[in-house]
Design a protein around this ligand. Structure first.
Ligand SMILES: Nc1ncnc2c1ncn2[C@@H]1O[C@H](COP(=O)(O)OP(=O)(O)OP(=O)(O)O)[C@@H](O)[C@H]1O
Ligand SMILES: [Mg+2]
Length: 427
């Protein structure tokens, strides 16, 4: 249990939006989100920082908004990472258990984790995560907490996530330039999994895909363990670009059409429905059958789910997911996307969203998303909320404390979101 209240900050640096969340962790290990900042993301392409100054500016603005709402200044944050430079592999480590009483100590766990990290790394790569999947003592598998157990031989199965050093360093630089230190870089979909998956799903076997603006991030769990992660460089922005080209309209109009009238499958649309589409000049408009819009969207959504299917097939993960698939992220909101995913994957599919964001999703300033029902859709919070839960679950709280300097607190008394920690639920 924590001695005092602590502040944790999360920044989801997405291709479409920067989402900064400031939370208080109380003595009961509950998360209370006290500050939220949303800004359009600049300087990123397909999940990767391509312009540090622009990215830093967007991050600064999002943090500033969150700090004003919370009424405090923060010093550091947990930061999400994605991009097709990310790769992953499973690795194995083995050591002898030391000491005369032959009982696993923290030093044995540290040594076996180190042993599992001996994997080939090119000069351009660095490790982002070394995640223990299970410990094995004298051949007994499935051990999650080996400390204190007896045995002579300790093994660990790990999942290692690697990324391009340049991309990691540019992300860290962008955050630092905005005035914050980085507590830890966390894989986007790992964070999202904390926010949207149940422990039953993870135990049974489930695939989570977070479809954002520039990337589709995949993570697979089986028997409670992570067995596969990957990032595909395609997302909702590609759908909007296809609409812009296919319907000859500006990208901003294409984005609006997709959100207000789009669907992942043409079959969902009545034959006679018509919509207004702006001409490329942005002046006049013409009437187009809504079915035609969806005929442009469908192949791109199919492509995304086919790519995911191939990834699952390639690694043999498909058979390991009897709980099916959970889709989240902004692009998962497209009408009919669960059905399309289910048809392609041959698995049950549900949409995942983090709980406990109702209190603020409809009152905060939203300069990013087209208003459909006036509020920010919950699935776009999955990575941000997941980063907070990752910090809590992994007890990485001490270094993330905010400088409790009072800022001009905006009137946010009505705003309050208590997120009951899923701390006990996870693993
Ligand atoms: N209601 C909606 N229907 C369909 N698409 C939507 C809807 N709302 C948002 N989107 C799409 O979701 C995408 C943005 O999602 P999200 O905010 O999760 O991305 P991101 O985290 O910034 O990007 P990434 O994770 O790829 O770096 C955009 O392509 C946007 O058009
Ligand atoms: Mg995202």
């Amino acid at each position: 249990m924590l001695a005092t209240q602590q502040i944790v900050t999360a920044i989801d640096v997405g291709t479409k939006k920067i989402c900064a969340l400031i939370a208080e962790i109380n003595r009961e290990m509950e998360i209370e989100i006290i500050g939220v900042g949303f800004m359009p993301s600049n300087g990123l392409r397909k999940g990767i920082v391509v312009d540090i100054d622009m990215a830093a500016e967007s991050i600064s603005q999002a943090i500033d908004k969150a700090e004003r709402m919370a009424g405090i200044e923060v010093g550091s944050a947990f930061v999400g990472i994605a991009g097709s430079h990310i790769s992953s592999e499973n690795s194995h480590g083995v050591v002898a258990i030391t000491g005369s009483e032959k009982e696993v100590k923290q030093s044995d766990i540290d040594r076996v984790m180190e042993a599992a990290q001996i994997v080939p790394l090119s000069q351009e790569e660095e490790m982002i995560h070394v995640l223990p999947r299970e410990f094995i003592i004298d051949g007994t598998r499935g051990i999650r907490h080996p400390k204190g157990m007896s045995g002579v031989r300790l093994e660990v199965e790990t999942h290692i996530v690697k990324g391009s050093s340049t991309s990691v360093s540019n992300l860290v630089k962008s955050v630092r330039r905005s005035g914050l230190e980085v507590n830890e870089i966390v894989l986007d979909q790992l964070a999202s999994s904390y926010a949207v998956l149940s422990s039953d799903e993870r135990e049974l076997g489930v695939a989570l895909i977070d479809i954002g603006g520039g990337t589709t991030d995949l993570i697979v769990f089986h028997e409670g363990n992570i067995c596969y992660t990957s990032v595909l460089p395609v997302g909702g922005n590609h759908v909007s670009n296809d609409i812009a080209v296919g319907l000859r309209t500006p990208v901003s109009e294409a984005e609006k059409l997709k959100i207000l009238h789009g669907a992942a499958s043409c079959d969902l649309i009545e034959q006679e429905e018509e919509i207004e589409v702006l001409k490329p000049s942005g002046q006049e408009s013409r009437r187009v059958n809504r079915r035609y819009l969806c005929r442009v969207i469908e192949p791109r959504m199919e492509e995304i789910f086919q790519l995911v299917r191939q990834e699952l097939k390639k690694t043999g993960s498909r058979e390991m997911t009897p709980a099916g698939m959970v889709i989240t992220g902004g692009a998962s909101l497209l009408e009919g996307s669960c059905q399309l995913a289910s048809d392609i994957m041959g698995l049950p599919v549900r949409r995942g969203e983090p709980g406990y964001v109702d209190g603020f999703s409809d009152i905060i300033d939203n300069p990013v998303y087209i208003k459909k029902d006036g509020r920010i859709p919950k699935p776009v919070f999955s990575t941000g909320v997941g980063l907070l839960m990752y910090a809590l679950k992994n007890q990485k709280l001490s270094r993330s404390a905010g400088r409790k300097k009072r800022k001009n607190k905006e009137v946010v008394n009505s705003f309050f979101s208590k997120l009951k920690s899923l701390f006990d639920d996870f693993f």
